[in-house]
Write a protein that binds this ligand. Sequence first.
Ligand code: ZN
Length: 152
Amino acid sequence: MAIRNIVKEGDPVLSKKCRPVEKFDDRLHILLDDMRDTMYKAEGVGLAGPQVGVLRRVVVIDIGEGLVELINPKIIMKSGEQRETEGCLSCPGEYGITVRPMNVTVKAQDRYGKEITVEGSELMARALCHEIDHLDGVLFKKHVVEMLEEEN
Ligand code: ZN
C-alpha cells in the first residue's frame, strides 16, 4: 500500500475521459487500496482514478459511513435538487456552491467484477456525482453557481 500523489487542477489528465476497467486483478486491487489510503490521508470524502493519474473508471468514496469502491460506475437515476458547498482534493482551498441532484442511484461493479447498485442522498449523492464526473474529465466548478472566498 502506498500514498499516491494527488494531481492538481491544470494537469491535462484531469480533463480526459477514462477507459472502463476490464481486468479485476491484483493491479486493480492495489490501485483501489492506494486510492483509499490516499483519500483518508488527504481527509477527502472521495477520489477518482484521474486524480492519481490513472485514466480508468475507478472511484472510492467514504462520507463517514464506510468505504465504497465503484468500478465502471454509471448514474442510472437522479431526482430532486440540492445546493451545497463543494470542494475537490485537486483544487485545494477552493469551494463553491454547486447544484446537484438530491438523490442518485448508481450501477457499478465491485473490485471482483460483481454488479452492485448504490443509492445516495444529500452528501452521498454529491460525492457520487462529483467522482463520476472526474471519470469524464469534468471538475466540480462546472456545476458551481457561486464560488466562495478562497480559504488558505
Ligand atoms: Zn474532485
